[in-house]
Design a protein around this ligand. Structure first.
Ligand code: ADP
Ligand code: ASP
Ligand code: MG
Length: 439
């Protein structure tokens, strides 16, 4: 998928004393809070300069300044609630254009040979799903040429070019994916995701100050954490890192750029996302994730016959409504049952209206919906071989008086739907019961 033409490019080697020193190829990504103003952009430039001065080939990916994308999204909604996704992309991609230019200016001022590039100029090709596009290909040779010229390419994250020749965006948090995809395309030795925390924690450190930083986390667990709400990495970026074996670190841009160890090639400070077999001491539970703003919809007394689930979830999928947890009871008499599922809160009204409109075909007595739910999830590859993990969660939550509305499990996770008001309590309770609290 991603053109790896860069991977074969000759990598210069230098000898210092008796040691061999490899000139590495590094992709550095900086998120919104890291480029929130000019002072922060200067700080980011110092991180970049450190790697350049060490002799590495560097490409940089930037997000929009903190809050900018939200503002742009808000403007498109204000202009019209039902807007054209191609124009949404034209608007929201602009935030990254600004920061790429600003960082290039600051780097140039520091004497670093830098130039900004937009997605279409590389080009970063995507499919046509405007607003949530997937990268379909990146020709690494463009960037390899820049490396050859000793240039630091500063690339606008989150954006690409769709088959209709228009700007596309990759979905919220998409700059992570831009960075990993670029790292794969140029055969980078490392992709560093710089953010406002110094790594991946056992849970969101903003909710649980006792959360611990993980030195390493497996791709599978990171995928679950990200898709179950830990927005530290976009899900797609973890998938790409896993498939293309990109050595990805999550680290902090707020660390002093020239502090000892910051330029360490093998073990920079932060969390490495890696294969399971690279992790020596694995615990049963690795982390707790949460997602707020879920809505629960229940259809009461639905006909219990083949085709009913397809009749309900088919039209919801066609309407692009993402259904998550599904719970169906075995009916007592074989004729009627209850069907409960969750959707993002923003889609709840649309889902209810749609189900009402097809009520005659499906056949149910009543529809109920509750908003303000949260999904709290326990994640760990150790669960594959340990029993009783779920029972521990249920007991701990019941002792705190947290009512469980729905449960889903997979091999390496348990997700529990609760009232949103109990999110913090549930996260902290589970974090502590599995022994994840910092000592
Ligand atoms: P950026 O703007 O750099 O992309 P994000 O806001 O997208 O940053 O992601 C970083 C945030 O992710 C952190 O500030 C933190 O609150 C949140 N987060 C959620 N879960 C975790 C976790 N398990 N470990 C680290 N951070 C997490
Ligand atoms: N600026 C975009 C967003 O806020 C992309 C990113 O930050 O990764 O979603
Ligand atoms: Mg992000």
């Amino acid at each position: 998928m991603l053109n790896q033409s860069g991977a074969e490019a000759p990598r210069a080697r230098r000898v210092t004393g008796n040691e061999f020193f490899t000139m590495a190829r590094i992709v550095m990504k900086f998120g919104g809070t890291s480029v929130a103003d000019i002072a922060r952009i200067r700080n980011v430039a110092r991180h970049v300069k450190r790697e350049v001065d060490a002799g590495h080939q560097v490409a940089v990916v930037v997000s929009a300044m903190a809050g900018k994308t939200n503002e742009l999204v808000g403007w498109t909604r204000e202009a019209s609630p039902m807007h054209d996704a191609r124009e949404y992309d034209a608007v929201v991609a602009s935030g990254e254009q600004v920061t790429s230019g600003l960082l290039a200016i600051v780097l140039q001022q520091m004497g670093v040979h830098a130039r900004s590039w937009q997605g279409w100029q590389i080009p970063i090709r995507t499919d046509g799903a405007h607003g949530a596009a997937r990268i379909t290909g990146i020709d690494g040779s463009f960037l390899v040429k820049r490396f050859g010229e000793g240039q630091v390419a500063v690339i606008a994250g989150f954006q690409g070019i769709a088959p209709d020749n228009r700007i596309s965006t990759l979905g919220r948090g998409g700059s992570d994916t831009s960075a990993v995809a670029i790292a794969a395309a140029v055969g980078a030795d490392r992709c560093d995701i710089y953010t406002d925390v110094d790594g991946v924690y056992t849970t969101d450190p903003r909710i649980e100050p006792k959360a611990r930083r993980l030195a390493k986390i497996s791709f599978e667990e990171m995928l679950e954490m990200a898709s179950l709400g830990a927005k530290v990495l976009q899900v797609r970026s973890v998938e790409l890192a896993m498939v293309h074996k990109v050595r990805t670190f999550v680290r902090s841009s707020f660390d002093e750029p020239d502090a000892p160890g910051m330029g360490d090639l093998e073990n920079p400070p932060g969390t490495l996302i890696c294969d399971e077999d690279e992790i020596v001491e694995s615990q049963v539970v690795t982390g707790i994730a949460y997602a707020r703003d879920e809505a629960q919809i229940s259809l009461r007394r639905v006909a219990d016959r083949p085709g009913v689930a397809a009749g309900i979830f088919g039209p919801l999928a066609e309407a692009n409504i993402n259904v998550d947890m599904i719970v169906q009871n075995i009916s007592e008499d074989g004729s009627r049952t209850d069907m409960t599922f969750t959707v993002p809160q923003g889609d709840a009204a649309k889902a209810v209206a749609l189900l009402e409109s097809i009520r005659p075909e499906i056949g149910f007595d009543a529809i109920q919906h509750d908003e303000g739910m949260a999904k709290v999830s326990v994640i760990g590859i150790g669960m594959r071989s340990h029993a009783g993990v779920a029972a521990t969660a249920f007991r701990a939550l019941s002792e705190k008086g947290v009512n469980i509305r729905a449960i889903t499990t997979s091999e390496i996770k348990i997700s529990i739907l609760i009232d949103g008001a109990y999110t913090e309590l549930a996260v902290r309770t589970l974090h502590s019961v599995y022994g994840l609290d910092k000592q």
